[in-house]
Write a protein that binds this ligand. Structure first.
Ligand SMILES: *[C@@H]1O[C@H](CO)[C@@H](O)[C@H](O)[C@H]1NC(C)=O
Length: 118
C-alpha cells in the first residue's frame, strides 16, 4: 500500500458578494491516507446568511481548479459525487470532504469555498 499525501490549504478566505465577508477555514495543513483508504478534510466556515452554496475544489497539477462537489445550504442530504462525499453540518457550520477508495491521483491541494446564493 502506497501512502497518498493530500496537501491542502491552511486557510482560504473568500469575499464574495457586495458587502458581507465570509470566511472558510481549513484547520489541518495536510492529511495522508493509505491507497484505497478513506480520508476526511475538514472545513469550517462563517457566514451570517442562510442561503448559500459550499464547494470543494481540487487543484490539478496544471494549476486548474476543478469543482468536485457542491452543497446547497437548504439541501437536506449530504452531497455525493463518485468517491467524494461531504458531511455538511449547517448548525455548526462545518463542511468536511470525504474521499473514499483513495488513489494516487488524489494527491493534490483541496480548497473549500463559499458562495452566497444571491
Ligand atoms: C450529513 O451526514 C452527517 C453524518 O451522517 C449527518 O450528521 C448530517 O446531518 C448530514 N447532513 C445533511 C445535510 O444531511
Amino acid at each position: 500500500m502506497t501512502p497518498v499525501s493530500l496537501l491542502w490549504a491552511v486557510l482560504v478566505s473568500m469575499c464574495l458578494g457586495p458587502s458581507v465577508a465570509q470566511t472558510v477555514t481549513q484547520p489541518q495543513p495536510e492529511a495522508s491516507v493509505q491507497e484505497a483508504g478513506t480520508v476526511t478534510l475538514d472545513c469550517a466556515y462563517s457566514t451570517s446568511e442562510s442561503d448559500y452554496y459550499l464547494f470543494w475544489y481540487k487543484q490539478l497539477p496544471s494549476g486548474e481548479m476543478v469543482s468536485i462537489i457542491r452543497q446547497y445550504a437548504y439541501e437536506r442530504q449530504n452531497a455525493t459525487n463518485d468517491r467524494y462525499s461531504v458531511n455538511f453540518q449547517k448548525e455548526t457550520k462545518a463542511f468536511s470532504l470525504r474521499i473514499s477508495d483513495s488513489q494516487m491521483e488524489d494527491a493534490a491541494m483541496y480548497f473549500c469555498a463559499y458562495s452566497g446564493a444571491q
